[in-house]
Design a protein around this ligand. Structure first.
Ligand code: ZN
Length: 275
């Protein structure tokens, strides 16, 4: 075999997502500050901290879901193929699977093991310093979700990154956020300020939710240990520490994907039957 062919073979089995940027969310400030930006082979813009955005167009839940970044529905269910890198330990794999299964119990999303003949799928991987991030909505082909072993493999982060892949943005950038929070730009690290720009989202008739698993914490990307986000109703309110999806997070999935919520019991039964 020629060296070129060998190189291509090598690339095909590598556990990497070469074009992936990395930022960190849902971690402590200490961890966030200690994670350097990895050197990337391909530079693409990063939006909202842990969302990777292709360099061709800007996306948010509303615009992208209207343009086809939703995962397709087949009958009652939305099937999303996934592959979990074997570099995760059995324990880490079981945490990721538990995150996937939580959608089976509450929504019409069904994660199914990837079959090599299927084009679009989610690929969970981890690399040193890769951070936790996901693309926003369905991409074309292999779509990476980074769950760095050191800090990202936990139930709420798995749910958070999957929600990005399903088309959802962070709570504190949604279109009506100015009614509920004050963004304290003076306290935000300058290079991270773009993470707090408002997005014209489709909020799917759900209220602003401080308990959403998609909400940043009060001190996210602080440059001076002072809050970067403040609740207008109560400056002392603490938020952004959700341990799991809120009822609103679940309602949004069901509305965006037009799940038949009267079949919710049926979804749970279906999930039980599979395991
Ligand atoms: Zn995020």
């Amino acid at each position: 075999m020629t060296p070129a062919v060998l190189f291509l073979l090598f690339l095909s089995v590598m556990d990497v997502c070469l074009s992936a940027p990395a930022e960190v969310k849902n971690l402590t400030d200490e961890f966030t500050d200690s994670v350097p930006r990895p050197k990337l082979d391909i530079k693409i813009p990063v939006l909202h901290g842990d969302i990777a955005v292709p360099d061709t167009f800007f996306k948010n839940a509303d615009q992208c879901t209207a343009r086809g970044c939703k995962w397709p529905k087949s009958g009652l269910y939305v099937y999303v193929p996934y592959y979990i890198s074997p570099y995760f330990s059995r324990k880490e794999q079981s945490i990721i699977l538990r995150g996937l299964q939580s959608f089976h119990q509450t929504t019409c999303i069904r994660f199914i093991p990837w079959d090599s003949g299927v084009r679009d799928y989610i690929y969970f991987f981890s690399q040193p310093n890769s951070g936790c991030w996901s693309y926003l909505g369905r991409q074309k082909g292999k779509q990476c979700i980074s769950l760095e072993k050191n800090g990202c493999v936990n139930y709420s982060t798995v749910q958070h990154e999957i929600l990005h892949a399903l088309g959802f943005n962070h709570e504190q950038v949604r279109s009506d956020r100015d009614k509920y929070v004050r963004i304290l730009f003076d306290n935000i690290q300058q290079k991270q300020q773009y993470n707090f720009r408002k997005v014209p989202t489709n909020n799917l008739r759900t209220p602003y939710d401080f308990n959403s698993v998609m909400h940043y914490h009060k001190y996210a990307f602080s440059r001076n240990r002072l809050p970067t986000i403040e609740a207008k109703s109560d400056p002392n309110l603490n938020f952004g520490n959700a341990q799991e999806m809120s009822a609103n997070d679940i309602a949004r999935v069901n509305r965006l994907y037009r799940c038949n919520t009267s079949s919710r019991l049926q979804y749970a039964k279906h999930a039980d039957a599979q395991h």
